[in-house]
Design a protein around this ligand. Structure first.
Ligand code: TXE
Length: 496
């Protein structure tokens, strides 16, 4: 046992005794161990699932009325708002992201709880235009025990998105946060309890993906899996989900193109590129990882972009002035370096960055990197998940559209133009789950978020996410007087 603070699983309304095996959590900016968490074994997972099933079938939450669900989620939102500084601190330490980013991001998370609280309170069933003397009602029921597997890049935002949607719909939820940055999510149990959520409705279980995560996803008692992670993880989970006949929502990777057209002022475009590409050190699924720049503005645009990229302030994430923090691990630094080497061997031209760096001699940092490359190269096709950005010069609108569509991902895309018709033409022809025009990273709890192709299945956010946590029950009520079958008189009248 170490002297580090231990954050254990949150089960049935309290933190449990630590498990035998533990995992160290490392601050990526300082390389210091900051806490330990549980590595939850199979037997413990089975008993947690059993307890969640019991919670679901008791009806304490699954049958709670809409105003109760509204009340609990709204209270959770206000509690989170009142405790933001503490969560911002945790998030900064465990992700290595700049505190200014975490302040901006976490300040908005209560909105997800408020939005899904409102949906719980206002969402209505339907009555279909069924033929005959029949009333057909459609009601949405909670699915059961749902498992949410969440990542380390936006730990609290992504977990809260999923938890809020699932609870609003009446499910019992088991969340497994990433073993790299689970601390803020593990803190949410107490907050929900204080908001009035019945014990056992939200279980927070930590551990490695290939062990604890796998055990959770393989359980035949689980009714849905919601993953944000890599394609390999989806491929590991999908066969058992298919065997158990449970739906999956999968928010996977991306290779977002950021398309710049001549009508966009260069200064504005360059600021947009920096924001799209380097927030979270490029570790988001919608990172603007391919800058597709029209040849009419290319030289001037790239000159200013390189200047501004070199001026970005890399530093200790807790420093208010820091603009670029760490990447999550040494492995991430090595992956960025490997992408740079392959890009060079394919003829890419490194304009700035290209190397690991450090702050006070420590930390997993990689310098913001811009590389001129060609469509079809390794860097233009594959997700880096770090601050290594491909620049591609395109001769025409047609070429920008063609290059934008030339990957196996289809999650986010942004189009920067002041030509209204062009904005619509281009948005229509690029295959992506989310298209921003003159914006990037824009997110709202009401706005469906999810991609096509290898970027995933289904949506987070919005009515789509809420409904994906429900099943539809059709109740067909015959109010006609006649017997319906095996009655000659009725059959003759009907069919002649
Ligand atoms: O993801 P993992 P990693 C992409 C991005 C990144 C790559 C790998 O391209 O480079 O994925 O990142 C759990 N059964 N994204 O390794 O492993 C794991 O414990 C059940 C994009 O961090 O997919 C963690 O909780 N669970 C993404 C979660 O999956 C398993 C954000 C995500 O980790 C499991 C993160 C298994 N077999 C990575 N294996 C985004 N869309 O923002 C792992 N996990």
């Amino acid at each position: 046992m170490s002297n580090l603070p231990h954050k254990s699983n949150w089960i049935d309304g309290s933190h449990q005794q630590p498990t035998h095996q533990q995992i160290h959590i490392i601050n990526p900016a300082t390389e210091e161990k900051i806490a330990t968490i549980d590595s939850t074994p199979l037997e413990a997972v089975n008993s947690i699932i059993a307890s969640s099933l019991q919670n679901f079938s008791s009806g304490v939450w699954s049958k709670a009325n809409a105003s109760t669900r509204f009340g609990v989620l709204s209270k959770a939102a206000s509690l989170l708002r009142s405790r933001l500084p503490e969560f911002i601190d945790l998030e900064t330490q465990q992700t290595g992201r700049p505190i200014r980013e975490m302040r901006a991001q976490l300040a908005r998370i209560p909105e997800w709880l408020e939005y899904f609280a409102s949906l719980a309170r206002t969402h209505e069933g339907r009555v279909t235009p069924f033929k005959g003397p029949v009333v057909n009602t459609l009601t949405r029921l909670a699915l059961g025990v749902v498992v949410q597997i969440t990542p380390w890049n936006h730990p609290l935002l992504i977990a809260t998105k999923k938890i809020a949607a699932a609870l609003a719909a009446g499910n019992s939820v088991i969340v497994k946060p990433s073993e790299s940055a689970p601390l803020s999510v593990l803190e949410m149990g107490k907050l929900f309890k204080e908001a009035g959520l019945p014990d056992g409705t939200l279980q927070i279980v930590s551990g490695y993906g290939r062990e604890t995560g796998k055990f959770l996803c393989e359980s035949p008692f689980v009714s849905k899996i919601d993953l944000t992670g890599g394609l390999a993880t989806y491929e590991a989970i999908a066969p058992t989900a298919s065997k158990n006949m449970v739906p999956i929502t999968a928010e996977l990777g991306g290779k977002a193109p950021v398309c710049f057209f001549p009508s966009m002022p260069i200064e504005k475009g360059v600021k947009a590129a920096l924001f799209a590409s380097f927030i979270a050190s490029g570790q988001t699924c919608v990172t603007g990882s391919r800058l597709l720049i029209h040849s009419d503005i290319y030289d001037e645009f790239v000159k200013l972009l390189v200047e501004r990229t070199k001026a970005l302030r890399i530093g200790n994430p807790v420093d208010d002035k820091t603009q670029i923090g760490a990447v999550i691990s040494r492995t991430s630094v090595e992956r960025c370096s490997a992408f740079v080497s392959r890009a060079i061997s394919e003829g890419g031209n490194v304009l700035c960055g290209g190397e690991p760096t450090s702050v006070n001699g420590k930390g997993f940092f990689f310098a913001p990197t811009l590389i001129e490359t060609k469509c079809g190269s390794d860097l233009a096709c594959n997700e880096v998940f770090g601050p290594v950005i491909a620049l591609i010069k395109c001769q025409s609108e047609e070429e920008i559209i063609k290059v934008a569509n030339a990957t196996s991902f289809a999650l986010g895309v942004s189009v920067w133009t002041n030509d209204f018709s062009q904005a619509h033409r281009v948005a229509e022809r690029i295959d992506a789950g989310i298209v921003w025009i003159n914006g990037h990273h824009l997110n709202d709890p009401s706005s469906p978020w999810g991609g096509f192709k290898e970027s995933g299945l289904g949506k987070e956010n919005g009515i789509e996410a809420f409904e994906s946590y429900t099943k539809v029950k059709s109740t067909v009520i015959n109010y006609g007087q006649e017997p319906t079958w095996f009655d000659d008189e009725v059959e003759n009248a009907r069919y002649g």
